[in-house]
Ligand binder design. Structure first.
Ligand code: NAD
Length: 276
């Protein structure tokens, strides 16, 4: 494969770069995921709330790529938190995907005010023990939520998928994850495209390497050790975003991008987000 794996804390291999499908309508997901698989992506990131598990699954099962070569992630939506409801939601997601096991299942948001993530995670531990999923983890968890979770459950999450890009570098979370053997997965790794890819420092580094700004930002993540899941529905960009394994940023480039941190979120604050 084009994409090297990282080894999760339970020994499972996960491609360091995958394809995200947030905001891709179900009837376009099959085409987009098929294009990604043809371009060499072997990891797909969806979620129950994205409403495109069926289209995503169709692309996977009709691709001709062996199931065992594809790493499939989906996420439990907020309204399904709780032990029994989690087990039911998992079955629904697998059925929509048309798969008989999942590679990674994530709790989409911690919803601390509802106090349900520990029970939810205990259902995840059962799914893992039953061999229905190869790794379990969380998304949008702050260090304080991870502290509580690891104190009250037995399986350390393999992954925490959080908003992370040059304007929101998440130093505290990355440090916490490293100390506890949790892989950091960056959502909106390109900062959703807009302003970030026009920042002069990034444009200058792109020119220097004869690459695009998106490739430079992805390369910055990869060299820091983050897992990335860039999204695009444009075939040329889908190809461009995986074509990042034949060049290196130097120390100066990395420092210039690291100087862009503004601790500025695009998405909601996990401490207070309470929707769904
Ligand atoms: P992203 O940072 O991947 O940016 C995607 C956008 O950037 C595209 O829509 C396009 O406008 C632009 N873009 C992509 N490639 C480009 C290129 N080569 N050149 C120029 N512009 C380009 O944003 P995202 O979709 O928000 O995040 C990626 C994935 O992360 C999602 O699809 C989803 O799977 C996941 N995600 C998870 C959560 C969560 O709460 N866990 C939240 C948001 C996203």
């Amino acid at each position: 494969s084009k994409v090297p794996p990282i080894i999760l804390n339970n020994g499972v291999e996960m491609p360091q770069l995958g394809f995200g499908v947030w905001q891709v309508p179900d009837d376009e997901a099959e085409q987009a995921v098929s294009t990604a698989l043809e371009a060499g992506y072997r990891s797909i990131d969806t979620a129950a709330i994205y409403g495109n598990e069926e289209g995503t699954g169709k692309a996977i099962t009709s691709s001709g790529v062996p199931r065992s070569d594809i790493f499939v992630t989906t996420k439990l939506w907020n309204s399904d938190q709780g032990y029994d409801s989690t087990l039911r939601a998992f079955d629904t997601s697998l059925e929509k995907l048309g798969l008989d096991y999942l590679d990674l299942y994530l709790i989409h948001w911690p919803l601390p005010s509802r106090d349900g993530y520990v029970d939810t995670y205990k259902a995840f531990e059962k799914l893992l023990a039953d061999g229905r999923v190869r790794a379990i983890g969380v998304s949008n968890f702050l260090p304080e939520h991870l502290e509580r979770l690891t104190g009250e459950t037995s399986v350390v999450p393999a992954v925490n998928q959080i908003e992370l890009h040059p304007h929101l570098q998440q130093h505290a979370s990355r440090e916490f994850h490293a100390e506890h053997g949790i892989a950091t997965e960056a959502w909106s790794p390109l900062g959703q495209g807009k302003g970030l890819l026009e920042v002069p420092a990034i444009v200058a580094i792109a020119r220097k390497h004869e690459r695009t700004p998106a490739q430079v930002v992805l390369r910055w993540h990869l060299q820091l050790g983050n897992v990335v899941i860039p999204k695009s529905v444009t075939p040329s960009r889908i190809k461009e975003n995986i074509d990042v394994f034949d060049f290196d940023l130097d120390t100066e480039d990395l420092a210039a991008i690291s100087a862009l941190n503004e601790d500025r979120r695009i998405g909601p604050d996990p401490a207070t987000f309470d929707v769904g």
